[in-house]
Design a protein around this ligand. Structure first.
Ligand SMILES: NC(=O)c1ccc[n+]([C@@H]2O[C@H](COP(=O)([O-])OP(=O)(O)OC[C@H]3O[C@@H](n4cnc5c(N)ncnc54)[C@H](OP(=O)(O)O)[C@@H]3O)[C@@H](O)[C@H]2O)c1
Length: 125
């Protein structure tokens, strides 16, 4: 990991679960981490040392909104010099059966977050 020290990582879904764990490990390894979520107040390294915390930049971004994703990556470019690593963790999880028509909104959200969100972030990175 030494070669990634002081490089810039963008982690989506950084407010919870897998994204939060990856954000924590990257910051611990000396990477500068921009964490994205709709709730930036929930983004923090589990490692509470000031050094680890200082490496984390929480940014509010709904990955389904193309313009928001563009603005976010422009902010990273302008303020941190660009993105070296992208970790796409933003996701939703709904249970149900394909034949349950009332679940169409949840299916659409899943595609918006996990397919389009991943596409927008990967393209901008
Ligand atoms: N954990 C597992 O064992 C496991 C196994 C297989 C697959 N998965 C899948 O992997 C994905 C992540 O899992 P997880 O356990 O880390 O889930 P999680 O704890 O629910 O975290 C989901 C993350 O995605 C973010 N997110 C959701 N919608 C978003 C949007 N529109 N824009 C920006 N961020 C958004 C959430 O942030 P905000 O709500 O703050 O925006 C949150 O940070 C999920 O799709 C899950 O189904 C998980």
């Amino acid at each position: 990991m030494e070669r990634w020290r002081d490089r810039v990582a963008v982690v989506t879904g950084a407010s919870s679960g897998i994204g939060a764990a990856i954000l924590t490990d990257l910051a611990k390894a000396g990477v500068i981490v921009v964490g994205l979520s709709r709730h930036p107040d929930r983004i923090r390294s589990f490692d509470s040392t000031p050094e680890a915390q200082s490496r984390v930049h929480p940014v509010q971004c709904d990955v389904t909104v193309e313009e928001a994703v563009k603005d976010t990556f422009k902010w990273v470019e302008d303020n941190l010099g660009g993105t070296d690593i992208l970790v796409n963790c933003a996701g939703v999880f709904y249970q149900g059966r394909l034949i349950d028509e009332h679940l169409t909104p949840q299916i659409k959200e899943t595609f918006d977050v996990e397919i389009m969100g991943t596409l927008f972030c990967t393209r901008e990175a």
